[in-house]
Design a protein. Sequence first.
Length: 319
Amino acid sequence: MSSGSNIRKVLFISAFLSLFLAGSAYALINVSSCGSLNSNSDYALTADIINYPSSSDCFVADHQESISFDCQGHIVDGTDANNMASGFKLLFSSNVTIRNCTVTDFGRGIWLDSSSNNSLYSITANSNLDYGIKLFPRSSNNVLSGITANSNWNGIGIYNSFDGSTASGSNNNTFSDITVSGNSGSGIYSYYSMDNTFSNIQASSNPNGIYLESSPANSFSVATLTSNSNLGMGMSNSQNNYFANVENELGFVGINPFYSDSAQNISSRLNTGWWPLLSSDGSAATSPANTAWYNGTSGGRNADGSANSSLHYWYNNQN
């Protein structure tokens, strides 16, 4: 091998090691004001953005990919001027990661518009006019973890393109470590979207903790639904959803915090609080009048509050 070849080999290895040790193939771009986000870039927010004139979106990735944006704990704040403007908007973009951000006083805190395969980590999206975080439409295979969405209209919204089909829905997303509280509509609202997975959910003090409309075959595990004034869990035309270790208002409060007009997954298990009676084929779940309260032991209460020690519940069809 010639000395020139050896030199080129050494230079290539040195360049590769430099990129590896740096942890990224892209130079870090420090930003302190709103703007466009471009493909193949790593951004770090270096200062709070306060009272951004939110008639327009703050940070926008439009048909971009391979972006990392770290707010480093800083705030992106608008002025409640437009319920369509967003703190962050991803439009037809993929492989974008946004982390460590607080987004307030926009229309939508973060909007994934026709954007799939993205990640949101450690996000607080509070006090936005419309949604804390919205996936609409056709935004699938995203990962959202460590999300707080309080005091919005809806905390988190998951939508299709309003064509009456789950095929255009926001499907196969993963939500974990989610807190939604004090929203004016629902903590989590899903419309014509399916196969989404939710774990470790805290939904409290909303009119509806979780509401699914035409959204079948989703999965909920380890969730607590408390102090929601209308429904802890509501499902309209949403079949075969699975629930495990979900506590729906453990305590009799004189209302029916569960509603479903269709049968759910009868493998659901270890749920306590308000759930429908469960027959062998799950058909009892279709009648709100069959809602009853279960505390994890034998018996419970009817929907009117009267004690009934022989009721069967959504608990592996066991007393």
